[in-house]
Ligand binder design. Structure first.
Ligand code: GAL
Length: 379
């Protein structure tokens, strides 16, 4: 009889644990408060893992129940994850989308009167949500252009002794990629027009040159795609020149491009100036060691905290006042909130340019733990 009692108890405890965590991607989490769904696009770009964890932490700190999910750059999977959040009664869903296919899931959320916040990536072709929170992505691109301007001393360059550059862009499915590229080219185009800077490979003057932009874009920000394209450039268009710079749109792709260059004897002693963004630990280590030239630190801990403050205000029906963020329309950047179907309220946080001289800024900001420093040899 005793054995039967303990067997039944074991079943009750296991069942209780399973149902208590039903749908929870990570065990534990907030009390039975308002439920917030967190839908991140991928994990192969490491920063999103940090974003998801920060969003969950700040949501629970406010008493929300929160669940973070990752979509492996598969929009259909993310839409299913969003539907699951709706089934669980989410009152707010924070979405870093993969592509515009997310609009269908956002329409369902709107029908259920659930607040949707576009997180760091605008949700294009949708009129079914009101808020977008990101960094000033045009400025991120300008920083990348300024990094090349500084690294090549373009202000002193001339057509008599031109510098050579090749161009990469982010994923064509990501609205940010167009702002990054146009910001960088707003700095670089005058040097190209004067002949001081020569583009090797496709040259879209702006992202509106769709055909050429597609030729330099990197589907879903996949590092292997960028590495293969760089290898093809080194054996093709760039075979008979020495590249002085590569416009790389983020750190994951920057490191893949550097890997390709290091395998080419021409760059054994001197790498081109390679840009990036996200201040990923591995790239910060690379900058410290003199390989990658620069990155852009976007404190996504602050972005996550601001996004949760926005969700809290929206759920309460209050007018959001987000510390550390500025309304795009108040600085003439309303177009950043243009979904193609509606102008949503876009809140922008400020990025920080990182060179070898100030590589420690993300560490001093507490963006890295000691363990991450040790793992990436950031002494
Ligand atoms: C962009 C984001 C960048 C970078 C990139 C790759 O949308 O703004 O910071 O993370 O995605 O995932």
């Amino acid at each position: 009889m005793k054995k039967l009692f303990f067997a039944v108890m074991a079943v009750v405890i296991v069942a209780g644990t399973v149902f208590a965590g039903a749908g929870s991607d990570n065990k534990g989490g907030g009390s039975g408060g308002t439920f917030v769904g967190i839908a991140m696009p991928e994990t192969h770009v490491l920063r999103w893992i940090k974003d998801g964890a920060s969003l969950k932490k700040f949501a629970e700190a406010k008493g929300f129940r929160a669940q973070d999910q990752y979509a492996n750059a598969d929009q259909n999977l993310q839409n299913t994850q969003i539907q699951n959040f709706l089934t669980q009664g989410a009152k707010a869903i924070i979405i870093g989308c993969v592509n515009d296919g997310v609009a269908a899931a956002v329409a369902d959320a709107a029908r259920d009167k659930v607040t949707v916040i576009a997180y760091d990536r605008i949700i294009p072709n949708s009129a079914d949500y009101d808020y977008y929170i990101t960094f000033n992505n045009f400025k991120v691109g300008q920083f990348q252009g300024q990094g090349i301007e500084r690294g090549l001393d373009l202000k002193s360059a001339s057509a008599a002794a031109p510098k050579y550059i090749t161009l990469f862009a982010g994923s064509p499915t990501d609205g940010n990629a167009f702002f990054f590229f146009d910001g960088a080219m707003s700095v670089l185009n005058p040097y190209i027009e004067s002949g001081a800077l020569i583009v090797v490979g496709p040259y879209p003057k702006t992202s509106k040159d769709t055909a050429n932009f597609q030729r330099i874009a990197t589907e879903n920000w996949q590092a292997p795609v960028a590495k293969t394209r760089m290898e093809n450039l080194l054996n093709g268009d760039a075979k008979d020149v020495t590249l002085d710079a590569v416009l790389a749109p983020n750190d994951t792709l920057a490191r893949a491009i550097i890997e390709a260059c290091k395998a080419d004897a021409k760059y054994a002693s001197k790498l081109p100036i390679v840009t990036g963004q996200d201040a990923e630990a591995a790239s910060t280590a690379s900058i410290k060691n003199g390989e990658q030239y620069m990155t852009v630190f976007k404190d996504t801990t602050k972005l996550a905290e601001a996004a949760i403050a926005l969700a809290e205000a929206a759920v309460k029906g209050a007018t959001p006042n987000i510390p550390g963020a500025v309304l795009a329309s108040s600085i003439g950047l309303e177009s950043i909130g243009d979904t193609g179907r509606k102008i949503v309220r876009a809140y922008l946080l400020d990025p920080v340019i990182i060179y070898r001289e100030n590589w420690k800024d993300p560490v001093n900001a507490g963006f890295y733990t000691q363990e991450e420093i040790d793992q990436n040899n950031l002494k």
